[in-house]
Design a protein around this ligand. Sequence first.
Ligand code: PMP
Length: 282
Amino acid sequence: RIVYVNGEFLPEEDAKISIFDRGFLMADGVYEVTSVLNGKLVDYDGHLTRLERSLTALDMPEPEGMDALLEIHRELVKRNNLKEGGVYLQITRGAADRDFLYPEHPKPSLVMFTLAMTLKKSPKAEKGLKIISIEDQRWGRRDIKTVQLLYPSMGKMMAKDAGADDAWMVEDGFVTEGTSNNAYIVTRAGTIVTRQLSNDILHGITRAAVLRFAREAQMQVEERPFTMDEAKDAAEAFITSATTFVTGVVEIDGVTLGDGAPGPVSRRLREIYIEEAEKMAV
Ligand code: PMP
């Protein structure tokens, strides 16, 4: 693989970052994953806007290369001949003597690489996901997309150990989101319910697009918290993220939803999303 590190395209084995990088020492960094379909970037502007918001929220300066970010994305896709998958981007505050205080003259670093993945024809999406619930033990600024992913990582391990695919996190009795995706239920009356935007969840780029498409298709949408009991009693459930698009959930804490296959609303939204994503890709 050819990767990008601070101005250079290099074979991955030649790419280097300092051991004093604050991303490594303090998780002082932010990231984005933009999906690639047919060699094109899906919702690039959405990801760039969120990236800028994350940087501002952490008072992190823009690294060199920010003005050429779209070109770097495209160049990586081209050099790796990527047709389907994603581009991972990470910005950290860079290397400095280890100190909790931010360095006075930070030199942020920018690292990017491609991820080859089968997104459209996903066996997991065909079958639907099994989800468990876990307590949400993350920090309070989940709207900032930081590389601080240890708890979500633990959550995925807990799901795996329980024989499930993923975990939804619960705080004060209500579902916040999935370990790496936004969480939705479809009530028996057909209303799509997902938690409203706040600092409690990541503002998913896929979430914004899917809610827009759902409303355009005259589906009922409610942005409000929901409980695990409501989820277990729902007609359907699904998740969204850049790399899973819309993926049905078929089991929640051991309770099967509907007939145990991804429901009609989830399947329809997945179809609409993929069609629109291919259209809007640049
Ligand atoms: N929530 C969390 C916690 C995530 O990590 C992600 C994916 N990075 C999402 C939601 C989905 O966001 P997006 O649709 O922008 O990929």
